[in-house]
Design a protein around this ligand. Structure first.
Ligand code: AKG
Length: 288
């Protein structure tokens, strides 16, 4: 089984979808130039400077970069990304979230082995994550590891650890052992993306480098996917039509770091906490 998407870069429509179906992932896919990736990182870092001291807004920025920064909304509509995702999920697409996974220089933060869909309350697995490297992503800087074909196991049990150094909401991890070497490293240069299935086993290690490792993880779903419990999270409609009305649809941000957008995200975060922490032993607090 190949793990290198570039070997298949002349892949036909069919083979993008079939490679993804077989492996549960694709990478590396060139979606931005290095200069464009730097512009996005610069915009994010400028926003962090502007919001310095306001912990709540900084948390919202990390959880909803596409709702408060026009540059990140534009990234979720990138034609190369959408071309690939439509091959996998078809034409009618929502972005369910686009939160930033961030490891500062010399950070001990990790992500345990998990499957994404466990706590999202979606009624099908018609979801694809597009993870876009904005900085160099290597084994030393804490890249992800994917277990080829593991998405075929469908949903496996997880346990919550709430470990301090875990970037996941509940520090959740699968109760299945993953042997050393089973996961392949997903190394990317700035501007490259990986695509992965919501049932794929994946994890990531600490950042041993002097550079920040930062990426938005854009979660695409089919417009037909329903949220359990009838909740209507805030999503953006980025391709095709919406004949279902399952979600609260956000506009493209009309400006940068607008108060009205922060307020809308804050309201949505209450809806999402209900979804993500359903059945958890610990309260969700104010985590975004
Ligand atoms: O950024 C990371 O290290 C992990 C991201 C992840 O687990 C995901 O995007 O599903």
């Amino acid at each position: 089984m190949t793990s290198n998407y570039q070997m298949n870069s002349d892949a036909s429509k069919q083979s993008v979808a079939s490679l993804y179906r077989e492996q549960g992932f694709l990478f590396p896919v060139d979606v931005l130039s290095e200069a464009e990736a730097k512009e996005l990182l610069d915009d994010l870092e400028a926003a962090e400077q502007e919001l310095a001291g306001d912990e709540e807004k900084l948390s919202i920025l990390k959880a909803y970069p596409d709702r408060v920064l026009p540059s990140f909304d534009k990234l979720t509509r990138n034609p190369i990304i959408l071309d690939h995702v439509t091959r996998i999920l078809g034409p009618d697409l929502m972005v369910w979230s686009a939160s930033i996974f961030d490891k500062s220089a010399r950070s001990e933060k990790i992500v345990s082995w998990h499957q994404d869909l466990t706590y999202w309350g979606l009624d099908t697995d018609d979801e694809v994550t597009v993870w876009v490297a904005l900085s160099p992503v290597t084994q030393a800087s804490g890249c992800m590891y994917f277990v080829p074909g593991s998405h075929k196991e469908k949903a496996v049990p997880h346990k919550d650890t709430f470990a301090e150094n875990n970037l996941l909401s509940r520090g959740q991890e699968i109760t299945v052992d993953v042997a050393e070497g089973e996961g392949i490293p997903v190394e990317l240069r700035p501007g490259q993306a990986s695509f992965h299935h919501g049932h794929l086993f994946h994890s990531s290690g600490p950042n041993h480098t002097d550079k920040r490792r930062t990426a938005p993880a854009i979660r695409f779903i089919k417009a037909s996917v329903k949220q359990a419990g009838g909740e209507k999270p805030l999503v953006s409609h980025v391709h095709g039509t919406d004949e279902f009305g399952h979600y609260d649809i956000a506009d493209t941000p009309h400006g940068r770091l607008l108060q009205s957008d922060f307020e809308r995200c804050k309201k949505d975060a209450e809806v999402r906490r209900k979804i993500l922490y359903a059945g958890a032993e610990k309260p969700s607090g104010t985590r975004y």
